[in-house]
Design a binder for this molecule. Structure first.
Ligand code: SME
Length: 157
């Protein structure tokens, strides 16, 4: 396929509806996990322009930084720590409208104001998380949860 992403304007749901088939086409038939995670972060960042979009993968008892788009970030996060470690521990998506109000939030960048973290789950086990950060308060809602969960469901691991 062409490597150009077609950027869609419209409601947030419409933007995701245009993006998801393109992500599917980008990763379909490609067995390399890092390549696919990298392209997914690029596609989400290009469509929405969020401040930071990236993956952390479970390695032993920590999350370790994986492909991302945005400023440099914390490399390792312990289980239960911060939004990412809490999403891992709870095996559920966490929407944080104001990171300053989330106890234990890990500040990788002082510019990040709100965040959503979606766990990657296989056979009931969390094997990583997708973290999306915004420099604006209250950027994420149930629409992001619904569609970002659909996006991570496309990843074959
Ligand atoms: N804020 C996250 C850490 C990861 S960075 O924002 C990229 C957290 O509290 O888990």
């Amino acid at each position: 396929m062409s490597e150009d992403l077609s950027i869609h304007k419209g409601t947030k749901a419409e933007q995701y509806q245009s993006l998801i088939p393109q992500i599917r086409a980008l990763i379909e038939g490609e067995p390399d996990l890092v390549a696919n995670l990298a392209n997914i972060t690029g596609a989400i960042k290009e469509q929405f322009g969020w401040f930071w979009v990236g993956f952390y993968l479970v390695k032993g008892d920590q999350l370790v930084l994986a492909p991302f788009q945005g400023p440099v970030a914390c490399t390792r996060i312990n289980k239960g720590r911060g939004v990412c470690g809490s999403s891992w521990a709870k095996a559920e998506t966490l929407i944080v409208p104001d990171v300053e109000k989330f106890p234990g939030h890990i500040t990788c960048s002082s510019l990040s104001r709100s965040e959503i973290v979606v766990p990657l789950i296989k056979n009931g086990e969390v094997w990583g998380v997708l973290d999306v950060d915004s420099e604006y308060l209250d950027s994420f809602d149930e629409t992001d949860k619904e569609y970002l969960e659909k996006i991570v469901a496309e990843i074959v691991f």
